[in-house]
Design a protein around this ligand. Structure first.
Ligand SMILES: CC(C)(COP(=O)(O)OP(=O)(O)OC[C@H]1O[C@@H](n2cnc3c(N)ncnc32)[C@H](O)[C@@H]1OP(=O)(O)O)[C@@H](O)C(=O)NCCC(=O)NCCS
Length: 153
């Protein structure tokens, strides 16, 4: 990874740039839960677990992580296309795992859209296990607008 790349805990000051990156990143499912007030609540509930990578001033990568007291849940790992294959994605994931370790969380899960084969290959390459024994089931509570065309995330 180039010396000009730095990794920082994410704050709401990063939100606009992060959202712009998410919007132009393939495989990133954005939902009403990604609106600023919800990301602000997520960051507040999970301090020090989400990170951004910057090249100088420019945001080039993100990762979000939260935990429920037992397990970590990682979301929105994205690296700007021109910056991929330089170790930034893996460095962001390592920051998350280190931060979880520091608060005693021993395991982290993540969700990948099945068609996102490149991401699955990446996760397996860096040592994550593809769980074939688990199915995710979801239900809306009605607290937020329900995306009409999708039933995911
Ligand atoms: C997945 C993603 C974050 C990887 O970021 P990255 O910065 O390019 O990854 P890194 O450079 O840190 O890669 C770490 C290792 O994984 C390998 N790798 C990266 N992408 C890979 C891929 N698609 N398939 C197989 N291996 C891959 C790298 O070669 C490197 O291996 P090495 O250390 O043996 O050389 C990036 O491709 C991305 O933003 N994709 C679109 C968004 C997305 O799908 N996110 C995941 C949602 S679950």
């Amino acid at each position: 990874m180039s010396d000009t790349i730095t990794i920082h805990p994410m704050t709401m000051n990063d939100y606009e740039e992060a959202m712009a990156l998410w919007r132009r990143t393939e495989g990133m499912g954005l939902r009403p839960a990604d609106a600023p007030e919800h990301i602000a609540r997520f960051l507040e509930r999970n301090p020090g677990l989400s990170f951004v990578a910057r090249d100088g001033e420019t945001l080039v990568g993100t990762v979000l992580c939260g935990h429920d007291g037992r397990r970590g849940y990682l979301h929105h790992l994205a690296v700007e296309r021109a910056y991929r294959r330089q170790g930034i994605g893996q460095a962001l994931v390592e920051e998350v795992l280190e931060a979880l370790r520091a608060i005693g969380i021993n395991k982290c899960h993540l969700f990948v859209i099945k068609e996102n084969r490149a991401a699955i290959d990446f996760w397996q390459h860096i040592g994550w296990e593809w769980r074939q024994d688990i199915v995710i089931m979801s239900h809306y509570t009605g607290a937020l607008e329900t995306p009409s065309s999708e039933n995911r995330s």
